[in-house]
Design a protein around this ligand. Sequence first.
Ligand code: GDP
Ligand code: IMO
Ligand code: MG
Length: 418
Amino acid sequence: MSTLVVAGLQWGDEGKGKVVHFLSENADYIVRYQGGNNAGHTVVFDNKEFVLHLIPSGILEKGKKCIIGNGVVIDPEALIEEIDFLESKGIKIKNRLFISDSSHIIFPYHRILDGLREKIQNIGTTKKGIGPCYADKYARSGIRMCEYLDRTIFQQILKNNLKEKSKVISNISKLKKEIFRNYSGIVKKIKDYVTDTSSLINDLVVKNKKIIFESAQGTLLDVDFGTYPYVTSSNPVAGGVCSGCGVGPTKIDKVLGVVKAYTTRVGEGPMPTELNDKIGEYLQTKGKEFGATTSRPRRCGWFDAVAVRYAVMLNGCKEIVLTKLDVLDELEKIKICVGYEYKGKTLAKFPSSRKIVENVKPVYIELVGWQKSIKGITKFKHLPINARRYVRKIEQLIGTKIRIISNGRSKEETIVVD
Ligand code: GDP
Ligand code: IMO
Ligand code: MG
């Protein structure tokens, strides 16, 4: 397969960074297609931990090239910080990173607006300005990379934007100064990375290059299909690659879904299998479930097969990576949610209505745990029988083959299932 989408199927933080890093070995290019620095993708190698926010995880694999597509929103200061950080660790970025000239720019006023809206809406956003930046994009008042790099045009568009924002933000002249304080330095640092990435990617497809599209967030945070309004402002579903990179649907060969062996969510919004008990605490501690971007504790709960089955459908994935199976090692009993009960009836599908998702009662089956460490196991057949049963049960419930199992943070701790 030449083009592969790696999509998160839950509420983000499924372990996409680890999985993409593992798969990057056999890829030429790794591409981000949506979201921004709200993402936090952790990659662990040589006992070092890297958290990537904007740059695809493949940058950590020697020689691989990375692309940030038009669907991504870019905070230039965050981008430079990430580039500088990686370079300080000896990772070469020059000639390995390509940024779309049509990507939209996040400005300080987007971050301020994000904070102001949070006071009213309480979505629990990352406050990185993601929602307000996408809102400007769709309102056709956004500033794209190609305009940002042209000082004259940039100044003209910014003037109108600041006029509009001054209705809700005070001291706009201070903000303008802030935007221009580092402007020349920023442009100098990023301009050589900027290009027409849709032409680039389509050329790569023609040349049969191996491309991985790395989603940020997860399907249940998708603005169209997630638990609206408790979602992000982009389309993490695999279909987002088409609009987020300028690649036609016929050019996508395969979609691989990434799911955690249990469920986590950071921020507000419904999560039917959430556990506010000792098991929830166990999952949080053992799984080190604290946000990679905001350090907030992640809410934890049992695996939700209803939600994942829905996500499998939306992404069209035929294969799955199951991550963090080792986190369940010590549990005596493990539950899986197999249905939602609402007003005495079992629902056939994941509900769209916010009121319903908030009030469903999960229906569980219970499996016996394996109570043994699975660290260091590299073959499926060597997993304890109850761990294999758990994996097979999930496959059966979501109707999809589990092709890869992750049993640790580094890429060596990965089991490819035959
Ligand atoms: P992403 O946003 O989907 O890339 O996921 P995050 O990096 O935000 O969160 C996943 C966390 O789980 C990171 O700290 C990873 O290092 C860690 N992780 C990934 N896979 C495994 C695994 O199989 N086992 C364990 N114990 N940790 C894992
Ligand atoms: P990765 O790529 C988990 C959540 C926020 C909030 C909602 C909206 O690491 O999986 P936003 O700042 O996007 O407007 O916030 O989305 N959120 C994530 N949760 N993982 C992420 O990214 C997330 N990115 C955003 O917590 O609930
Ligand atoms: Mg994350």
